[in-house]
Design a protein around this ligand. Structure first.
Ligand code: K7E
Ligand code: CUA
Length: 678
């Protein structure tokens, strides 16, 4: 028996001990939170709740909440109105079984999860939470041959290498966003950022395949991501790390001169239309619902280069980008062209920010705000406080008119410790993750606007999650009409929730039923129904009703006509195109390649084209020549191509990688590379 009962999965822990352990953990977590420092800037001296709190207060408040969390978490749902006799961790009563999707039935929603530093996007069915597929984005992947055929290789290569020293080998995707028409998901594209570089990728939802990557200039880390509502007029990439421009080592002494930019891309062409340079940095983003405004939080108004500096001041800013004013500035030539992109100066002392129609408004918020979320009506934008226990609510119309942006702050509920992200159910409720408290707080938006700033009254309930949640997402929350039945809490730590797989633990995505509002319950009606371990590391997800996503089940040849041939069995053959180049074309079908064998000469550049001539769904063929690094996946009616140099003579078995029929193992071709002197 080890000292830490965390490792003992079979006994119910002593609640007293859990409370003490929780307090110790909170102490450790809060030791990292900077004590607020009095502002020296009088003009910024607002009455902002949370600022008067010192670390001792955080610890005290945290201990009380922590005790509650510990008790509820370990005694089978003391706080849960439904009651429970299961004795399991987490308080779910099992009363709601709608999340169980029986064999043969389908999920109601498509969930798109970012994969974090696995660089991918995952497709997850909601509410079953079954992982249905993975879509590789920022690096090669063997399962679907991504980055192995010419087309997807080119997507990765065109992703460029701006600022990359070694060439990008992976990405860090955080924020998946769906394209919209009329403020609703239109099922056309999914966009995703790479925090590991300045890249933005687009997934074509007709084929669930990455079809474009842009390496955004003047940006080292693209963190936040948003599409302009209501009609995807732009895709925004949000530059987090401040860097010198040009970043060539000539001038790096003064971090005040480093850059952080807000970039607007055309969703069709994926080219960067313009950027806005700001003071401070940029973190998360969202947009208003009428095409006029985009918003981004930031945590480094200090322009610091270390954590102590970045958390030094009591307040930071949410920036509000006035899209028509920015477009007018670009139109009028009021920009500097930097690395081929028009950059509008949106810093506070910019000429463009002096008049009645500034390009960027700086809204002061406490500490270092993180999540930035516009509610479905498009009336308010929220900034979740992170190091402040509050969420700041800004009235977007008032902001447009106010000469002092601080006047547009219309509410500031105190939700708990470590608020990171906020999502919405379409019934007027907001849900905010509390990273330090390991809870989700549910609160009433209008009540929060009516209440005093710093009030806890608007909170209608809290539920424990396990543990330390980052993002959370209610289904269809980004639309103007969310469905409001399910919420997912994406928890960073899973600790004791699953059988151990060694020291690298999975994250834990928890499914919460939010279909009921119950003011009598401590959770406000939220009910935890299921835990799901996930591979590192989703940050965020976006969830759309299945009726809004309509992929093809087989390829439509018309979509690549003119670019690639459709090779029939009869057309399969080898054609010499030059002294040292040869074209090999073949079909594939159950259970043979169009060529039983083919011969090339040592030193030939072989360009290989393979078509899957089947038109039956789910009959995929692979084509692998491992010694030459070849690994293609060819879906029905699709053609894929690859070019390689046949540098070593010998016999190479070409085999099919997808188990396609009873004769799958026999589905082979023989490549003979003849020695050049024969
Ligand atoms: Cu909060 Cu990258 Cu959205 Cu992670 S960010 S949690
Ligand atoms: Cu084709 Cu296996």
């Amino acid at each position: 028996m080890t000292e830490d009962s965390d490792t003992d999965q079979d006994t119910v822990p002593d609640p007293e001990e859990v409370v003490q352990r929780h307090e110790r953990q909170l102490d450790a977590a809060l030791a990292e939170v900077q004590e607020p420092t009095p502002s020296t800037d009088e003009s910024l001296d607002l009455e902002l709740p949370g600022l008067e709190l010192h670390r001792r207060d955080f610890v005290k408040a945290g201990a009380a909440t922590g005790a509650m969390a510990g008790l509820a978490g370990c005694s089978g749902g003391l706080l849960d109105s439904g009651g429970s006799d299961s004795g399991s961790n987490g308080g779910g009563t099992g009363a709601n079984t709608d999340y169980h999707v029986p064999p043969g039935e389908k999920d109601t929603y498509y969930g798109f999860w970012s994969g974090g530093h696995s660089g991918e996007v995952r497709v997850v069915g909601v509410p079953s939470m079954r992982e249905i597929r993975r879509i590789p984005v920022f690096q090669k992947e063997g399962g679907v041959g991504y980055g192995h055929d010419e087309k997807t290789k080119q997507v990765l290569e065109e992703g460029g290498d701006i600022g990359s020293v070694a060439g990008y080998e992976w990405g860090d995707s955080h924020h998946p966003v769906l394209s919209e028409t009329d403020g609703d998901y239109d099922g056309r594209w999914l966009f995703i950022n790479d925090k590991g570089s300045g890249r933005v990728a687009r997934i074509d939802l007709k084929y669930f395949e990455t079809d474009a990557i842009t390496d955004v200039p003047n940006m080292q880390a693209c963190h936040g991501m948003a599409v302009q509502s209501p009609d995807t007029e732009y895709v925004y990439g949000i530059g987090e790390f401040r860097v010198p421009i040009p970043n060539d080592g000539t001038d790096y002494d003064d971090p005040d001169d480093y850059w952080s930019v807000f970039a607007a891309l055309d969703p069709e062409t994926m080219t960067v239309e313009w950027q806005v340079r700001v003071d401070g940095n940029l973190d998360n983003a969202d947009t208003g619902k009428d095409g006029e405004w985009a918003f981004a939080t930031g945590y480094n108004k200090e322009h610091a280069v270390d954590a102590e500096g970045m958390t030094h001041d009591d307040r930071d800013f949410m920036k509000a980008f006035n899209i028509p004013a920015i477009e007018a500035a670009v139109e009028a030539g009021n920009y500097e062209e930097v690395n081929g992109v028009p950059v509008v100066d949106g810093r506070q002392d910019s000429q463009l920010n002096q008049g009645d129609d500034p390009v960027v408004k700086y809204v002061p918020t406490p500490k270092s705000p993180h999540g930035c979320d516009v509610e479905p009506q498009g009336r308010y934008v929220t900034a979740s406080g992170k190091l402040s226990p509050t969420v700041t609510i800004v009235d977007i119309d008032e902001l447009a008119d106010a000469s002092d942006p601080a006047e547009a702050i219309v509410g500031q509920p105190k939700v708990g410790l470590g608020p990171l992200h906020t999502t919405f159910d379409g019934r007027g409720n907001a849900y905010t993750t509390l990273f330090i408290d390991s809870q989700v707080a549910k609160w009433d938006i209008e009540a929060a606007v009516d209440a005093e700033k710093g009030s806890t009254d608007p909170i209608s309930g809290k539920i424990d999650v396990h543990y330390n949640p980052g993002h959370l997402q209610a289904v269809e929350s980004e639309t103007t009409d969310p469905a409001g039945d399910w919420l997912i809490s994406l928890n960073k730590l899973s600790k004791d929730r699953f059988i151990s797989t060694g020291p690298i633990h999975p994250d834990n995505d928890q499914l919460i039923d939010i279909s009921e509002d119950a003011s009598s319950s401590a959770t406000g009606g939220m009910e935890l129904v299921a835990d799901h371990p996930v591979h590192p590391e989703p940050h965020d997800c976006v969830v759309a009703h299945r009726d809004k996503i309509n992929p093809n089940n087989v390829w439509d040849r018309a979509d690549y006509e003119g670019e690639k041939p459709f090779v029939t069995q009869d057309a399969s053959g080898v054609e010499r195109t030059g002294d040292q180049s040869v074209e090999v074309q073949m079909s594939s079908s159950r259970s043979q390649f169009g060529l039983q064998e083919f011969t090339v000469q040592e030193g030939d550049e072989v360009s290989l084209t393979v078509t899957n001539i089947e038109d039956v769904r789910d009959i995929i063929h692979g084509l692998a020549i491992p010694q030459y690094g070849i690994n293609l996946a060819i879906a029905p009616q699709d053609t894929r191509q690859v070019t390689f140099e046949a540098s070593e003579p010998g016999v190479y078995w070409v085999y099919c990688t997808f188990f396609c029929s009873a004769l799958h193992l026999e589905m082979r071709s023989r490549m003979i590379v003849e020695p050049s002197d024969s």
